[in-house]
Structures are given as C-alpha cells and as structure tokens.
Design a protein around this ligand. Structure first.
Ligand code: MN
Length: 342
C-alpha cells in the first residue's frame, strides 16, 4: 500500500504507551489550523474507537469559524475559554499526545499548565527541529501534514479497522489545508493512495472543500479585495510580494480569527511571484512567509525575526512597529534572493 515512513520501533513504542494509558489528553498548537484540529480530532476518534474511554482534545485558543463543523468539535476544550476544566483534565491525564507542534512554547499560555505533570508524552509532528520534550517523538518534516502522519501511524499499527468515517473526514481536512488543497508539498504519490482510502470510507472531499474555503463573511471578502488592490507591494526584480495590514484596518473589516488565513498564498497566483510575505499587526506583529520551489523562506524568517517553519511555509513574530517590520524585510530581500542564485 503506502511506503513505510515511521520507524518500526517507534510504532511499537507508541502502541505500548497507548495500551498502558487510560486518561489521554491531545494537545495541538495555538491558533489551530486545519491540520492541528484535523490531526487532533482524528486521533481522538481513533482512540475512542480503539476502546479508550477518556480522551480529551484541548486546544490553546479558539478555532476559526470555517473549521467549527469538524466532527468531534463539540467535545473539544478550549483552554482560553475553559481553563478550569482543561486544567482538571491535564492533571488527571496519564498520557499527553502533542500533535503538529515542535516546541512547547507553541501551545502559548497552556504551557504553564504542563509544568510538573507526571503524564507520559508522545509527539507526532512534521515541523523541522522538534525540541526534546516528549520521550516518544515521531518527527517527519518531509511529510506534508501531521494528519497524514496520524493516518500512517494508525495504518502501520495495524488498526485501520478502527479508523471510522469521522476520523477519515478529519484526516482529509488536515491533509487538504496543509497543502493548499494539494497545490504545494503535495507531490508524494502516497498522499493520493491515502486519499483513495479515505474516499472509500465515505469522505466527501468536494463538500469539505466548500465548507472550509467557501465560508467567508462579506467582511472577509472585502478585506481580501482591499489587501490585493491596495496593500500588496511588489518587488518585481526579486519576485517578491509584501502585504501588510494594520490593527486599525483589521478592525474596520470587523476582523475575526481566521479571517487572514490563506491571504499570504494569494500573491503567489501572480506569474513570477515566488516569495510572498504577509504581516498582520496583532501585538506582536505576526508574519507569514510563503515561497515556491527551492526558496527556503524558513531561513529568512529565522534570520530576520528568529522565526521558523518549513522551506515553503514559515512564520515569525515581531515585537515592534508594523512599518519597521516591513522595512526590515524590504531591506533584506535583495541579499536573500541574490544568495539563492549562487
Ligand atoms: Mn501541520
């Protein structure tokens, strides 16, 4: 079927830990995206089908509107909204499974609740350079989504019969959102074998696409228009687009969490634009980097702002003025692009 990616010994170790655990908490990163939520809910559905009665997903903060329909969402605890119940679940847990994050700081304020807990830790992730906070770590940066890794784990542990319809929907959603609907990081043939399997489980991929991507508010649509028409700046000689939006502007478009999702990818639709950078003034400034092909924007994110991520998709934060961050980027782009041509 699909190629073996995860080391056999690790599959066994996760299985052993699972068999030994009865109060399981699943945690993913702050500002959860489709892959964070998809992998977490898929793991929850799987573990319940597998016979675990106490499985709780805890997300650091709330979920974007267009992902709230995902099956199992009604059972999720959001730490920022329900800190008390989240804390209780964590303190009772004998296993915490971390998904789609490479460092504990990615869970934001939830991190302080993890101090001193005796629960075992398992990490399944696809970001580069995972920090050693989980004794059992499955890390595969070459795999496009954590949801795909969750599928691979379930498949390899011989438990595909416990992968139900709801888990399949969640895995598909994570795979779809982390590859921009299979438009980047998506050349691995195995991806389509997995999708073939998920479709056989009854997943309606066209419906999921519409639910996730055709779910804008009028405000969001108008903000997109503003950003592309007015805010985007091009540096044609460096095939780079920079788009920034201030807090005031966000407010004028009645900004809701998730409203700027995917904006960073839009300038890449311009022929010859290979690098797109999107900045949002959000205390601090949040910066997203995207690139095409062999351009390592994670290096740029790291060198300029101490950020990180994948080769074609990275992020960073900047504690300072929005305009200063934009200037910093503009000043660095020429040398960065020239360094690639060597
Ligand atoms: Mn991911």
């Amino acid at each position: 079927m699909i190629s073996k990616v995860i080391e056999e010994a690790l599959i066994q170790r996760v299985e052993d830990v699972l068999d030994d655990s009865h109060h399981i908490v699943i945690i993913s990163h702050e500002n959860p995206d489709g892959d964070a939520i998809g992998s977490s809910l898929a793991m929850m559905h799987f573990l319940k089908a597998y016979g675990k009665e106490d499985v709780q997903v805890i997300l650091p903060n709330d979920v974007p509107q267009n992902l709230r329909w995902m099956p199992g969402m009604e059972e999720v605890l959001v730490y920022a909204i329900q800190p008390g119940s989240s804390r209780e679940k964590l303190q009772a847990a004998d296993l915490i499974i971390f998904l789609d994050l490479n460092a504990l700081k990615r869970v934001g304020a939830l991190a302080k609740e993890l101090d001193g807990l005796s629960a075992r830790r398992v990490l399944i992730d696809h970001h580069e350079f995972p920090e050693p906070f989980a004794p059992v770590t499955i890390s595969h940066p070459e795999i496009a989504s954590t949801s795909e890794l969750v599928f691979r784990y379930i498949c390899r542990s011989g438990c595909l019969n416990y992968l139900d319809y709801n888990a399949s929907v969640c895995i598909y959603t994570g795979m779809m959102t982390d590859t921009g609907c299979f438009s980047y990081n998506s050349n691995q043939p195995d991806i389509y074998i997995i999708i073939h399997y998920l479709l056989q489980k009854g997943v309606n991929k066209d419906e999921i696409y519409r639910k996730v991507f055709y779910a804008f508010s009028e405000d969001r649509m108008r903000m997109t228009g503003y950003l592309m028409y007015k805010a985007m700046e091009l540096m044609p000689e460096y095939q780079t687009a920079i788009t920034a939006i201030s807090k005031r502007k966000l407010k004028s478009f009645n900004y809701q969490p998730g409203d700027t999702e995917n904006i960073v990818n839009m300038p890449l639709q311009i022929k010859d634009v290979k690098i797109s950078i999107f900045l949002k003034e959000d205390n601090p400034v949040r910066i997203s980097f995207r690139s095409v092909g062999d351009i390592p924007v994670n290096r740029l994110a790291n060198e300029l702002f101490g950020g990180g991520g994948h080769k074609n998709a990275a992020g960073a934060r900047y504690k300072g003025k929005l305009s200063d961050a934009v200037e910093k980027i503009k000043a660095a782009i020429p040398a960065f692009v020239e360094s690639l041509q060597k």
